[in-house]
Design a protein around this ligand. Structure first.
Ligand code: DGP
Length: 139
């Protein structure tokens, strides 16, 4: 692969920064978002470092979508939300904050009134870790 030494998500893949890992395979990696917009918010990334949808290879984006479906199913079983967004952001106006292509697996709840450009709020690490264990059990 082509890790970027300054990329936080490349460091997560390499194990240099801790995460609540949900799943990995030879092309992708999935983990809990530490600033969850809703309970069960997870991220799926390709191992390939590419900033956004314009830079990512067709093979990497295809593998990421397949893993996002797998994670979405496990999150659905675990959190039982009313709905779920698969979301992907490109550029500052779209509120992209990490320049490594990623898909949000974002559970939605009736009347959660979540704005798509949500502000980043620190999560409760104990609650996120406990939820990661439950989601993994549903993979
Ligand atoms: P975006 O705004 O689409 O670029 O989303 C980036 C997401 O990544 C955001 O919801 C917060 C999350 N995030 C940022 N830094 C870290 C980190 O170090 N660990 C984890 N697990 N998530 C992170």
């Amino acid at each position: 692969m082509n890790p970027d030494p300054d990329c936080i998500f490349c460091k997560i893949i390499a194990g240099e920064i801790p995460c609540f890992k949900l799943y990995e395979d030879k092309a992708t990696f999935a983990f809990m978002d530490i600033n969850p917009a809703n309970e069960g918010h997870a991220l799926v990334i390709p191992r390939e470092h590419a900033a956004d949808v314009h830079a990512v290879s067709a093979e990497a984006i295809a593998a990421t979508v397949v893993t996002a479906k797998k994670i979405a199913t496990a999150v659905e079983r675990t959190v039982k939300p009313d709905g779920l967004n698969l979301l992907q952001c490109n550029g500052p106006a779209a509120a992209q904050s990490v320049l490594h292509f990623h898909m949000h697996v974002l559970p939605r709840f009736d009347n959660d009134e979540l704005k798509l450009n949500w502000g980043l709020q620190p999560g409760d690490m104990d609650a996120i870790g406990a939820l990661a264990e439950r989601i993994r059990a549903n993979l």
